[in-house]
Design a protein around this ligand. Structure first.
Ligand SMILES: *[C@@H]1O[C@H](CO)[C@@H](O)[C@H](O)[C@H]1NC(C)=O
Length: 198
């Protein structure tokens, strides 16, 4: 958008800069097709090119030259310079290469993401699901990983903890019960285990 506005601005104002002139009454170019050069209207150069030299007669194109590699113009224009292509940052890779008629696009490298509705000076690291979670959606260049609790596995994990505790509780209970029974019945037990055995 900013570039588009700049383009519009340059199309409107650009031809005035070299001469330092203000639009003269009577020169009213069709700026969607033409650009002003002094007191005449030149035909724009096509997208992918720039105006190397202005036209000498009204309605002429002048000299148009292809944009150099690494530069582009997306629309027909009267610019003397093409725009520089966007450079991908080190945490990005090329999503769409730059051409002479369209700027390129960058995206976060695999393992990193950037939500399109947020400012993104650097790509964020994709989250990793916790041990008791599973991936619902893999990370993409624009969305973070989505995780969900593993229900079955979670209850299996709980069982692994509860079961040994339960067994330990049963053993301790049996020992206490055995000791108490020995005390009640008056048996003399030197050791709890001999007591349990009796
Ligand atoms: C995520 O990606 C891995 C490997 O790239 C794949 O095996 C898995 O099925 C994907 N998971 C989902 C939920 O798409």
């Amino acid at each position: 958008m900013a570039k588009f506005l700049l383009l519009v601005f340059l199309i409107l104002i650009g031809p005035l800069i070299p001469t330092g002139a203000f639009p003269r009454p009577g020169v009213d170019c069709d700026y969607s097709l033409e650009c002003q050069s002094g007191s005449i209207c030149c035909i724009n150069c096509p997208a992918g090119t720039r105006k190397a030299s202005s036209c000498t007669g009204a309605g002429e194109e002048g000299k148009c030259e292809d944009c150099d590699d690494g530069t582009y113009t997306e629309h027909s224009n009267g610019l003397s310079q093409c725009f520089r292509c966007t450079q991908c940052r080190s945490d990005q890779e090329i999503e769409r290469p730059c051409t002479h008629v369209q700027d390129g696009k960058c995206q976060c490298k695999p393992g990193r993401f950037c939500a399109p509705d947020q400012a993104c000076e650097t790509c964020k690291k994709c989250s990793r699901c916790k041990k008791d979670e599973e991936i619902v959606r893999n990370c993409t260049s624009t969305t973070n990983t989505e995780c969900k609790k593993k229900h079955l596995a979670a209850s299996a994990n709980a069982l692994m903890i509860v079961l040994p505790l339960l067994i330990a509780a049963l053993i301790i209970g049996a020992i206490i019960f055995g000791v108490c029974r020995c005390r009640r019945t008056g048996c003399r037990c030197s050791a709890v285990f001999s007591c349990l055995a009796s």
